[in-house]
Write a protein that binds this ligand. Structure first.
Ligand code: GUN
Length: 290
């Protein structure tokens, strides 16, 4: 098996981003800035947000942190978004998902100004993505495309199966793979797919974003295929200090004796997502003020 680790890709992209950020600042611009909004105390979300803030600092970006209790009212969050939209010192707005159930996430995302939607989740940006027009691409799919580029994995004419149809990963990555110029043949599977194995066995590339540990193992993948594991699942692990460990959606060990190429978790797609958010934030700053 070939392990498609992403640390080197991340480090290379970060070095490049740092340089471009410095150039932007040297031209007399204020540093790019990102407003990060977290509602509630979900452990995984807290950890994602901490990573995003840390990377923003590392690049010399300004970040504004907004943390709220679980009981924040939808109206209050909408008012904050309105304020951030109008604030000239804010280039990008990131509202960490999921939001508490009483808050309509679609309504919140829709309220973010399109030129500050660095997550690329708004109908405007996703619509443009669908049409093959320039936009903020959602960070995880954008990161997956960088993995294909770095490891020289061709997509044209290949059979790609995506497991999962979320708005954040499954739908956008399937559109990006089928786009003219990329030219993959894409199948998108979901929980009701009647014969998942038939699709995975016929695939050159499988992108797994189902949120279910172990949903894919090597017995249903043809040898030599590429497997991209987007899963981030916390499972109990009494032997670890935290009491849990993070695993992907793929049974990684089952691939060890194959000729497949597989991204690890941790150390894979997750590293890319955060870098792409920073890339989008620099793009937002340049477009607004460059
Ligand atoms: N929750 C899980 N992934 C993401 C992401 O990429 N962006 C935001 N805002 N929330 C998430």
């Amino acid at each position: 098996m070939e392990r498609l680790g992403c640390k080197k890709i991340k480090d290379g992209l970060l070095a490049n981003l740092k340089e471009r950020t410095q150039e932007f600042i040297n031209k007399g611009n204020k540093a790019p800035s990102l407003a990060v909004v977290l509602v509630g105390d979900d452990g995984a979300s807290q950890s994602y947000v901490a990573t995003k803030c840390k990377m923003a600092s590392l690049l010399g970006f300004v970040h504004f942190d907004y943390r709220f209790d679980e009981d924040l009212k939808e109206e209050e969050l909408l008012s904050l978004i309105d304020k951030l939209n109008l604030d000239d010192d804010v280039d990008g707005i990131l509202v960490q998902l999921p939001l508490p159930k009483h808050i309509d996430a679609d309504k919140i995302i829709n309220r973010i100004a399109k030129e500050k939607d660095v997550d690329g989740f708004s109908p405007y940006n996703l619509g443009r993505l669908m049409l093959g027009q320039e936009c903020f691409e959602p960070c995880t799919p954008k990161g997956i495309m960088e993995i294909f580029k770095y490891y020289d994995i061709p997509l044209s004419g290949k059979n790609v199966t995506v497991i999962g149809r979320s708005n954040i990963v499954g739908k956008p990555i399937s559109v990006m793979c089928m786009q003219k110029g990329v030219d993959a043949t894409v199948t998108v599977c979901n929980t009701k797919t009647s014969d998942l194995k038939a699709h995975t066995l016929a695939s050159d590339i499988i992108i797994v974003a189902a949120g279910r540990p172990g949903i894919l193992d090597s017995s249903v993948v043809k040898d030599g295929a590429v497997v991209i594991d987007v899963g981030v699942n916390r499972v109990a692990d009494p032997s670890s200090e935290k009491g849990y460990k993070v695993v992907g959606d793929v049974d990684y060990d089952s691939f060890l004796t194959t000729e497949c190429k597989v991204t690890p978790v941790p150390g894979g797609v997750g590293l890319m997502t955060v870098v792409m958010l920073m890339e989008n934030t620099l793009m937002a700053a340049m477009r607004r003020r460059g």
